[in-house]
Structures are given as structure tokens and as C-alpha cells.
Design a protein around this ligand. Structure first.
Ligand SMILES: CC(C)(COP(=O)(O)OP(=O)(O)OC[C@H]1O[C@@H](n2cnc3c(N)ncnc32)[C@H](O)[C@@H]1OP(=O)(O)O)[C@@H](O)C(=O)NCCC(=O)NCCS
Length: 162
């Protein structure tokens, strides 16, 4: 097995990152149809990356045999009402299906963790799809534990809540 390295993402990586983002969205939608990406979401994500890849976000790719096989990105979010003031938020982490199970996800997370520490951020949050057991297991292995639960309901005008 060739060595995998993790490096900062550059503009040329954007098309591959977007294709991995699609894999991530499809995985989430498979586990929970509510998470099905809307029309135009891929274009939105591409533009989002183009606007921020040069510094505003921490974005890293895993490269094996010259190919990008995974990516992660996170950002610093202000939490003005908390004593901590801000936190690190991990938006995405995805490893190509044929490259999983070899420590690539862990390496990507470790690199992003260092980026947060370098930016003086010491609390990190990630949202995990409840119905995705692989993701749950992975983040717990990375040392994360539950601290909030997001609840959702579908509402209609005739519905009571008794
Ligand atoms: C979750 C994901 C990122 C894991 O990537 P990976 O490269 O296979 O993970 P690693 O090989 O680095 O595994 C790291 C640890 O997590 C555990 N882990 C990873 N996938 C797991 C799974 N499906 N079930 C149970 N444990 C798992 C590993 O056992 C490993 O533990 P260890 O270090 O103690 O041996 C990958 O499966 C993926 O991209 N999934 C689709 C997208 C997704 O759900 N992303 C996470 C939400 S943002």
C-alpha cells in the first residue's frame, strides 16, 4: 500500500473535493432522506470553496499515489454567548470508499485538529448523522462525545402538539 500524505488543499483540488463532497452527501441522504442535497447545492459548494480556500477555512486533502482520496474542512465559529467565545467546527470529512480502513480519516482529522490548535481554538464540534453508524463510530474513536442533540419535526398547519 502506497504511503498517504495529508497536505493543505489548493485550488486545483476543488473538482475532486466536490466529487468527494457528493459522496458524503449521498451517504448522508441514504441514511436520512431529509439530508438529500437540493438542486444547485454542488455549484453552491464549489463557489463556497473557491471564495474561502485561500485562508478563511482549514481545508486538507489526503493524497495516495498522486490521487486525492479524502478531504476535510473546518472553520472557526464565533460563540459570543459562551465563555469559550468561539469553537472549531468540522464541516466535512470524507474518504473515498476504496481507501477507507487504512487510517486516512484519522490522519485528516489529526491535521485539522492541529490547524485549530494553531488558531488557538480548543473546543471542536462536529455534527454526526444519527442514522450513520460508521460516522458515529469514527468520531467516537477520535475522542468526541455527545453534548447536544438536534431534534427535527415536519410541521403542517393542521397539526397540534398535544
Ligand atoms: C467515516 C470515514 C471518514 C472513516 O474513514 P477511514 O479512513 O475509513 O477511517 P480510519 O481508517 O482512519 O479509522 C479511524 C478509526 O475509526 C474507526 N472506524 C472507521 N470507520 C468505521 C466503521 N465503519 N465502523 C466502525 N469503526 C470505524 C476505525 O476502526 C479506526 O479506529 P482505530 O484507529 O482505533 O483502529 C469514512 O468511512 C467516510 O468517509 N465515510 C463517509 C462519509 C462520512 O460519513 N463522514 C463522516 C461524517 S462528516
Amino acid at each position: 500500500m502506497e504511503e498517504t500524505i495529508v497536505r493543505a488543499a489548493v485550488r486545483d483540488d476543488i473538482p475532486t473535493i466536490v466529487s468527494l463532497w457528493r459522496v458524503l452527501q449521498e451517504t448522508n441522504a441514504l441514511h436520512d432522506p431529509y439530508l438529500t442535497p437540493g438542486p444547485g447545492s454542488e455549484d453552491w459548494f464549489r463557489e463556497y470553496l473557491k471564495a474561502r480556500i485561500d485562508g478563511e477555512i482549514g481545508i486538507f486533502v489526503a493524497v495516495c499515489a498522486g490521487e486525492v482520496v479524502g478531504y476535510t474542512f473546518g472553520q472557526i465559529v464565533q460563540r459570543p454567548t459562551l465563555a469559550a467565545g468561539e469553537c472549531g467546527y468540522i464541516a466535512d470529512l470524507c474518504v473515498r470508499p476504496d481507501s477507507r480502513g487504512h487510517g486516512t480519516g484519522r490522519r485528516l482529522y489529526e491535521r485539522l485538529r492541529i490547524w485549530f490548535i494553531d488558531n488557538d481554538v480548543h473546543n471542536i464540534e462536529v455534527q454526526v448523522v444519527r442514522a450513520n453508524p460508521a460516522s458515529q463510530a469514527f468520531w467516537r474513536k477520535m475522542g468526541f462525545g455527545e453534548f447536544l442533540k438536534t431534534l427535527r419535526t415536519e410541521i403542517s398547519i393542521n397539526q397540534g402538539n398535544a
